[in-house]
Design a protein. Structure first.
Ligand SMILES: O=C(O)CCC(=O)C(=O)O
Ligand SMILES: [Fe+2]
Length: 299
C-alpha cells in the first residue's frame, strides 16, 4: 500500500475561484486516502519549496547554537504562551514505552509568532482551511462544517501550532535500547501538515499492520488525520500511527521537518458529524489538555 499523491492545482492557494465539480472530485480523492490510510501527499498547493526551505534554514541556525543560548527560549518560559518555545532532545517520548525521542523542536504557537513570518503561518492556515472544506465535501457534509470549528487559528483560544523539528546526528554508541528519532504515536488535533527535508525515516502504520515509508516527495506536503478528527468522523477517517526511525548506524545525517498541527477552537464542542453517539461530545480544549498532559506525564 502506498500513500496517494493528489494534485491540488485546481484549489491551489493562488486560485480564487473553483468549480463545485472540481471540489467534489478532490473531496472524493481525499476521502479515499483518509479512509484507507489516513495520510496523503498534496502537490501544487501554492506553498513553495523555497518558502519551506527558508523556514528550515532559520530554524537550523537556531538549533545549531550551544545549549546555553537555546535554554532561555525553552518551552513554558513565555508568559501567556502555553507550549511556545524550544524543546531539548530526549525531553518527549511520543511513545511513552520508549526512551526520550532523539529530536529537538521549536513550537511556534500561532499567536506567539516570532521565528516564522506571519505570511508563512497564514499560508499554512489558508491551506488547512481549504483541505478541511474539501474533506467535508468528500464526506457529503455541509462544506463549512469543519471551518466553523477553526475560526480562531492564530488567536489565543485555538492551539494550532507550527513545530519546527530538528533531528541531530545520532551517535549509535550512545543510543539507548529502543530509542527512536520519534516514537510511535498519532497526532491529537484535527489534521497535521508535514513538510519534510530530504532525509527519510518517517513511517506510517497501514491498516494491515505493516509500516510503510513516507519519504519526502519534493514539492508536496504530507497531510494526516489526527485523533480528534477521527473521533469527529466516527472513525471514518483514520488517525494513523507513525514514527521516525534512526538513520543507519554510522550515518551522521541530520533531519528536519515542519509540522503544522491544526486544532479546533478550544471551546468548540466536537460531536460525531454523522449524528451518531459513537463518542461523547467533548470540547477541543478539554480533549487536547487531556492528551498533552498525558504526554507530559502529568496524568
Ligand atoms: O518529523 C516528521 O517527519 C514527523 C514528526 C511527527 O510525526 C510529529 O512530530 O508529530
Ligand atoms: Fe506526528
Amino acid at each position: 500500500m502506498n500513500i496517494p499523491v493528489i494534485d491540488f492545482s485546481l484549489y491551489n492557494l493562488g486560485e480564487n475561484s473553483v468549480l463545485d465539480e472540481h471540489l467534489v472530485d478532490l473531496g472524493r480523492q481525499l476521502k479515499s486516502s483518509f479512509t484507507e490510510i489516513g495520510f496523503v501527499y498534496l502537490k501544487n498547493t501554492g506553498i513553495t519549496p523555497e518558502e519551506v526551505e527558508q523556514v528550515m534554514d532559520i530554524s537550523k541556525t537556531f538549533f545549531l547554537q550551544p545549549v546555553e543560548l537555546k535554554f532561555p527560549f525553552r518551552s513554558k518560559t513565555f508568559s501567556n504562551c502555553r507550549y511556545h518555545g524550544w524543546i531539548s532532545s530526549e525531553t518527549e517520548s511520543l511513545n511513552p514505552d520508549r526512551p526520550g525521542d532523539l529530536k529537538e523542536a521549536f513550537n511556534v504557537e500561532t499567536f506567539c509568532n516570532d521565528i516564522v513570518s506571519t505570511q508563512h503561518l497564514q499560508s499554512h492556515r489558508k491551506l488547512s482551511l481549504r483541505v478541511l472544506r474539501v474533506m467535508a465535501i468528500g464526506l457529503g457534509l455541509e462544506p463549512e462544517v469543519f471551518l466553523h470549528a477553526h475560526r480562531h487559528i492564530g488567536g489565543e483560544k485555538n492551539r494550532t501550532t507550527l513545530r519546527s523539528l530538528y533531528y541531530p546526528p545520532v551517535n549509535s554508541e550512545l543510543v539507548k535500547e529502543g530509542q527512536l528519532r520519534c516514537g510511535e504515536h498519532s497526532d491529537y488535533g484535527s489534521i497535521t501538515l508535514v513538510f519534510q527535508g530530504q532525509i527519510g525515516g518517517l513511517q506510517v502504520l497501514s491498516p494491515s499492520g505493516e509500516y510503510i515509508p513516507a519519504p519526502c516527495i519534493p514539492g508536496t506536503v504530507l497531510i494526516n488525520i489526527a485523533d480528534l478528527m477521527q473521533r469527529w468522523t466516527s472513525d471514518h477517517f483514520i488517525s494513523a500511527i507513525h514514527r521516525v526511525l534512526l538513520p543507519p548506524a554510522g550515518d551522521s545525517n541530520t533531519r528536519q521537518s515542519l509540522a503544522f498541527f491544526v486544532a479546533p477552537d478550544d471551546d468548540y464542542l466536537i460531536t460525531c458529524c454523522d449524528g451518531s453517539t459513537k463518542y461523547p461530545a467533548v470540547t477541543a480544549g478539554d480533549y487536547l489538555n487531556y492528551r498533552i498532559n498525558d504526554l507530559l506525564g502529568k496524568k
